[in-house]
Structures are given as structure tokens and as C-alpha cells.
Write a protein that binds this ligand. Structure first.
Ligand code: FES
Length: 99
């Protein structure tokens, strides 16, 4: 990396502050699919859930691996954990004595 790149890194994921240089380095280290890149760099795991950065990451990966973007596996979106009402965890006193 030259001095200019260090001063003005190209930010790909604004939520998790991941730079182009970090992505390219990770790909060269063998992280060559979207899921492993997400786990290593946390790219796409910020508040926007990758709406901005994942399409750019797909293009970077596509260019580096010389594959079409369609060939690359798109990570599955995971639904948020649904909160459960506390009453589901309460046991009535009568039930506890009987049981
Ligand atoms: S820009 Fe990457 S998760 Fe929001």
C-alpha cells in the first residue's frame, strides 16, 4: 500500500468501516466467498445489513476471481430474533406445587 492509499482508504462498508484494501487482502488470503468474507471482516453486518456494501463486494469478488456475479453465492438473510413475551417463562404457583 502506498502513502496515498493509507491516507485515503477506499471505504466499502461504511457501517463496519471495511476498506477495499482489507477486502482484497482477505481474498488473497483465501477468503473467496461472501460468507467467509462476512465472518472475517464483518462486512455487511452493520445496521444497513449490507444493502450498500454487499453489491460492491460482489463486484470486487467477481473481478478478483474472474467469475460472474451470478456465480457467487449470495449470503442468506437471517430474520431477527423474535422477542418472546415474559409470561411464556412464568410458571403459575399452583402448577409448580402440583407438578
Ligand atoms: S455499509 Fe456495510 S453493512 Fe452497512
Amino acid at each position: 500500500m502506498d502513502g496515498e492509499e493509507m491516507k485515503n482508504p477506499v471505504i466499502i462498508c461504511r457501517c463496519e468501516n471495511v476498506t477495499l484494501d482489507e477486502i482484497e487482502k482477505a481474498i488473497e488470503e483465501g477468503f473467496t466467498d461472501l460468507e467467509s468474507l462476512k465472518r472475517k471482516l464483518r462486512i455487511g453486518m452493520g445496521p444497513c445489513q449490507g444493502r450498500t456494501c454487499i453489491p460492491v463486494l460482489v463486484r470486487i469478488l467477481s473481478r478478483k476471481l474472474r467469475k460472474s456475479p451470478e456465480e457467487l453465492l449470495i449470503p442468506k438473510s437471517r430474520p431477527p430474533i423474535v422477542p418472546l413475551p415474559m409470561k411464556m417463562f412464568l410458571v403459575r404457583r399452583e402448577e409448580k406445587v402440583e407438578g
